[in-house]
Design a protein around this ligand. Structure first.
Ligand SMILES: [Fe+2]
Ligand SMILES: [Fe+2]
Length: 284
């Protein structure tokens, strides 16, 4: 298989993995991640994150630009029963899909990754089938989601934060994958992407707890010419989100939510740390 064709194939797979991360994550948050159903969905979402990461590492290693636009996850939203049935169908299709792709590839590592994505999809299908079969009649007929308790304007403020932090996190993954041959810097960028995921989760959970789907709307990552430019961009981006977090912290509505305030403080401190670290690397 030609290199460009291979990159294209893996980028399509990455879009699917990304789409499933978001679907299981949003569903988990809507159930509440501390509920048995929410916790299981969160586990599946994390496994899809590995799947996406392995593909991102391969694409970056091949010199390709990772595609960070998620595919649309197909599901029947009528009730939990139809939703879980859709998840099973989706994961089952991926098993043969990945097996077929693996056959077309010569590189043993890429082949193993594709095979693993296949058998882990099979495991996911089995786990979702179990969840589907165990639904109580009330759960089966119902839908995840809670009543909104926040003012509309404040929900919008949080949604804007979700969108910006989501794109910042995607950009850092993009940079870590594409500059993986730059050694330690790429590791450090990857490290920061984990913090960004956590900061994103704090806000996205708050949104979903009030019955809204968090605004995971990708704007497309920038393919930087060199790591210096990537770091400069990362620095400006983290300064921007720090300012946004400070603004939200001063919102009278935010002050009513103790848990949110704690997480905002944490995010602001982490962003200060990150900005100082990047400034240090840029000076070297
Ligand atoms: Fe997957
Ligand atoms: Fe899966």
């Amino acid at each position: 298989m030609e290199k460009q064709e291979l990159i294209q194939m893996l980028n399509n797979d990455m879009a699917e993995e990304h789409g499933s991360i978001i679907r299981y994550l949003v569903h988990s948050y809507l159930e509440g991640e501390d509920t048995p159903m929410g916790a299981k969905l969160l586990s599946r979402s994390r496994e899809e994150m590995w799947h996406m990461h392995w593909l991102g590492m391969i694409i970056g290693d091949l010199g390709g630009a990772p595609n960070l636009t998620p595919a649309k996850y197909p599901f029947d939203p009528t009730n939990r029963k139809t939703i879980f049935k859709s998840y099973v169908d989706y994961e089952v299709k991926l098993v043969s899909h990945y097996q077929e792709e693996a056959k077309k590839v010569d590189d043993p590592h890429i082949r193993r990754v594709l095979m693993r994505e296949g058998w882990e999809s099979d495991m996911h299908a089995g786990k979702f089938q179990k969840m589907h079969d165990k639904l109580s009649p009330a759960e089966a007929e119902g839908l995840p989601g809670e009543e909104n308790e926040l003012p509309e304007q404040f929900v919008e403020t949080l949604q804007q934060l979700v969108e910006v932090k989501y794109n910042q996190m995607l950009q850092s993954l993009h940079d870590a994958w594409t500059f993986q041959k730059s050694g330690l810097s790429a590791w450090q960028i990857m490290d920061f992407s984990y913090t960004k995921m956590k900061q994103l989760a704090h806000i996205a959970e708050e949104v979903a707890e009030n019955g809204f789907e968090p605004r995971f709307k990708d704007k497309g990552a920038i393919h930087h010419a060199d790591i210096g430019k990537a770091l400069q961009n990362a620095l400006e981006s983290v300064r921007d989100t720090r300012e946004r977090h400070l603004t939200v912290k001063n919102d009278p509505e935010a002050k009513k939510h103790g848990g949110l305030m704690t997480n905002l403080d944490l995010s602001i401190n982490q962003e200060t740390y990150e900005a100082e670290e990047i400034e240090g690397w840029l000076k070297k």
